[in-house]
Design a protein around this ligand. Structure first.
Ligand SMILES: Cc1ncc(COP(=O)(O)O)c(C=O)c1O
Length: 301
């Protein structure tokens, strides 16, 4: 980020270098922060946000699941995002919303105060590589996805990402791009920061909600696939089904669809025929070439 980057914090635009918290803040020292991330695109009339309504709904859900309190309504957050996009002249990029307790916590575990809210505008870059889908390799992680009875996996909580960190670390140690985790019940869950889809006999399958984050890209693919006559199924998937899938791809808001070219020691067509159609569909949607999904974008101008 550059020195002229402005971060929206609790209603004010703050210079990037001042967007900090104390080391003993609850958010940092107790790892209690929550967040959400979505894309901005350059639309015909100016910058637009991809499914900001769904992402902010998920942020609100994270607050509710963790029994925290946020003083801002969804509408106030939409306005704050617009302000942040405009202040930073953001085109293609990401918005990251972080809700956290800046308050210091020496021994307190439960705070009653409202969460602080920060909104970051992050422009696309070579490192971020937004939309630059490429075939990837994936392994079956030695780590299992955290069980929903331990912490709510539907909450996008920073602390949940230690699980994802370990899965990614294990994968890269073994020479793969990413790790796919099973749940403790042995069924497919998701990757570190991505949902997982498999294709078998022309049917696009992904695990049901409850065991995985309610990914907005997952939702979008499930909603859009019928428009190109690809049947979908939200169903428990065994490890064996991953190993024998015709196609595998991962999905998240930054790159939408990444085809898996190698899963463990098995090579797969990447993208396979169904994945290719889904990639094209998502590509057309984010480039405003498919007017069936224009309501997925909210203006930020
Ligand atoms: C654990 C996990 N699953 C799935 C996803 C994909 O979610 P989305 O499509 O909303 O980016 C993410 C992305 O943040 C994630 O962290």
């Amino acid at each position: 980020m550059t020195t002229d980057t402005k971060v929206w914090i609790n209603g004010s635009l703050t210079p990037w270098e001042k967007a900090t918290v104390p080391l003993l803040s609850h958010g940092f020292s107790r790892a209690s922060a929550i967040f959400d991330v979505f894309g901005t695109h350059v639309g015909p009339k100016g910058p637009v946000a991809f499914r900001m309504d769904e992402h902010v709904k998920r942020l609100m859900k994270s607050v509710e699941l963790l029994e925290m309190k946020l003083a801002y309504s969804a509408e106030e957050i939409f306005e704050a995002v617009k302000t942040t996009v405009q202040a930073n002249n953001l085109g293609r990029g990401l918005i990251k919303i972080l809700a956290y307790w800046r308050e210091e916590a020496i021994i307190q575990l439960v705070l009653e105060s409202d969460l602080d809210l920060a909104i970051f505008a992050i422009p696309d870059s070579e490192a971020l590589g937004l939309d630059r889908a490429r075939p990837i390799s994936a392994c079956l992680s030695k780590w299992r996805k955290i069980h929903p009875a331990t912490v709510p996996v539907g909450a996008k909580a920073c602390s949940n990402y230690l699980n994802g960190y370990l899965a990614r670390k294990d994968a890269t140690n073994r020479g793969f791009d990413l790790g796919i985790m099973l749940g403790t019940d042995g069924f497919l869950a998701e990757g570190s920061i991505e949902s997982v889809f498999i294709v078998k006999d022309g049917i696009l399958k992904t695990p049901p909600l409850g065991r995985v984050l309610s990914s907005i890209t997952r939702l979008s693919i499930l909603q859009a696939a019928p428009a190109i006559e690809i049947p979908t199924l939200e169903t428990p998937i065994t490890a064996d089904e991953i190993f024998t899938a015709d196609e595998i791809f991962t999905a998240h808001t930054g790159i939408k669809v990444s085809p898996v070219a190698r899963f463990e020691n098995r090579d797969l067509q990447a993208p396979g025929p169904v994945t290719k159609q889904i990639m094209q569909l998502m590509e057309d949607i984010i480039h405003f070439k498919d007017d069936r999904f224009t309501d997925w974008f909210q203006p930020c101008y």
